[in-house]
Design a protein around this ligand. Structure first.
Ligand code: URP
Ligand code: ZN
Ligand code: ZN
Length: 460
């Protein structure tokens, strides 16, 4: 077929919602509007009456096939991107980790090779800088030219991932000089390490101690410090996975001064809470992710931060490790449990249900948070993140009257659990198109293999 026509649906973009048809050709959106008068031959028509047509999700925080804490995340680019597609996400920006002692360009190349031919949706990379060796920043311009226009640094995990403040300053300054942006994992790693050592010394070695070792102030202090260091470096700053009220306040203060500070939070901080750490035995290792889940008060502050525009992006921080792998590494010491959890498959529907259906955000705001704003923030808009003429035809058809039940048994993520086990949510994703190809229907992947393309991203 030359044309695909999605007829009779409600098209939702950040700027508004309209009843409209969508015409697709060669993987791109050709027109949006009342197209019933068009005489076309060779057209496949799909009746979308009663359905919402939403931009494919853009998830800018995933860790696929990624080395972390002595193991590797359980989803590779084949399984992780299939799961994403089934859940309505059609674009990822994944973290390319710098391996210890390895050149940045080499690590980037290695990560690229893991994705090529395996990813089924389009993808880009952030470059994680974990070891600022002599000459590392000289490679930033080449990394940027290759379409990798953002870097990530860690203020926690001393001895493996953490950069000290001088190195953080240097990354910010050098990135800014070549037009890049820096994503910061803001936690005070040294204080956390001391608190964790105290807990272990007191015999509190179980997974519930993870949360106790990372109190909210360890995030807030690091956020405030990073903002000041970014000022010294004259650099923009993007905070990943913010989890606390104090962090939202710090970002709001910076933005009120017109400083280039942006903030992201994640599905799990908005929908789960710290009570999960009280589960018996090793069960709470499922939510040993970083920063930890917080109280309801913090969760409410994050929702307020989204509504106010202080936080602009909701990502999954999909960093999956099976429970058995967490047990193998960290049964006797929570510090060795690999930090992270799954989420790329469920971000879209959980945010729709918990955000829109619960009246916390509008449909248009939902689209902004899960597709448009992340695409803008990371140089992918307008090809990605909107249903407009000229954009890639990445479209989710959602039935607002349907329901979705989440379970480890039926999920596509290569995982033995999901923190949303048994949740039955209003709304069901009927179909997902990626560049005009029907890639998922009813939660099952039906697209071609390895079809994803690397996205060279522009600068801000
Ligand atoms: O729990 C998480 N988030 N794991 C580590 C990766 C990260 O983003 O810090
Ligand atoms: Zn992080
Ligand atoms: Zn992460």
């Amino acid at each position: 077929m030359t044309y695909l026509m999605l007829t009779g649906g409600r098209v939702v973009n950040t700027g508004g919602t309209v009843d409209a048809d969508v015409l697709v050709r060669d993987g791109k959106i050709e027109a949006v509007g009342n197209l019933s008068g068009l005489t076309l031959t060779d057209v496949e028509r799909v009746d979308c009456t009663g359905r919402l047509l939403l931009p494919g999700g853009v998830d800018v925080h995933t860790h696929l096939d990624s080395p972390m804490m002595g193991t590797t995340t359980s989803d590779d680019f084949a399984t992780g991107t299939r799961a994403a597609a089934c859940g309505g996400t059609t674009t990822l920006v994944d973290f390319a980790m710098q391996a210890p002692g390895e050149k940045l360009l080499q690590s980037l190349e290695n990560h690229r090779a893991k994705a090529q031919g395996k990813a089924v949706i389009d993808y880009g990379f952030h470059m994680c800088v974990t070891d600022l060796y002599e000459g590392a920043t000289d490679e930033f311009a080449e990394i940027m030219q290759s379409g990798v226009t953002s870097f990530k640094v860690f203020m926690a995990y001393r001895g493996s991932l953490m950069l000290h403040d001088g190195a953080l300053f240097e990354v910010l300054r050098s990135s800014s000089a070549v037009g890049g942006q820096v994503c910061v994992h803001a936690e005070n790693g040294d204080v956390i390490d001391r608190l964790a050592a105290d807990l272990v010394a007191a015999g509190r070695t179980g997974p519930g101690s993870h949360e106790v070792s990372r109190p909210p102030s360890t995030e807030v202090e690091a956020v405030r410090r990073a903002i000041q260091i970014a000022r010294m470096a004259d650099s923009p700053l993007y905070f990943v996975h913010l989890s606390t009220e104090g962090a939202v306040e710090a970002v709001a203060e910076a933005r009120a001064k017109d400083w280039a500070v942006a903030g992201e939070t994640c599905t799990h901080y908005l929908t789960l809470d710290r009570s999960l750490y009280d589960a018996p035995g090793f069960e709470s290792a499922k939510v040993v992710l970083t920063p930890p889940l917080r109280t309801k008060e913090h969760r409410d502050a994050l929702w307020r931060g989204l509504r106010a525009g202080t936080l602009g992006v909701v990502s999954s921080d999909h960093c999956p490790f099976c429970l058995e792998e967490k047990r193998r590494l960290g049964e006797n010491d929570f510090r060795a449990i690999p930090n992270g959890g799954p989420g790329v498959e469920h971000r879209f529907i959980v945010m729709y249900a918990e955000g829109v259906q619960k009246g916390r955000i509008s449909l248009e705001k939902f689209v902004d948070l899960i597709a448009t704003a992340p695409a803008r923030q990371f140089g992918l808009f307008p090809s990605k993140g909107a249903i407009v003429s000229g954009a890639d035809a990445d479209i989710v058809i959602l039935d607002p009257n349907g329901t979705t039940t989440i379970s480890a048994q039926t999920q596509n993520q290569r995982m033995d659990y999901t923190p949303y086990e048994g949740w039955t949510l209003p709304g069901a994703i009927d179909a997902v198109y990626a560049r005009g190809e029907l890639v998922a229907r009813g939660g099952k992947y039906i697209g071609s293999e390895g079809r994803g393309r690397f996205l060279a991203r522009s600068t801000l």
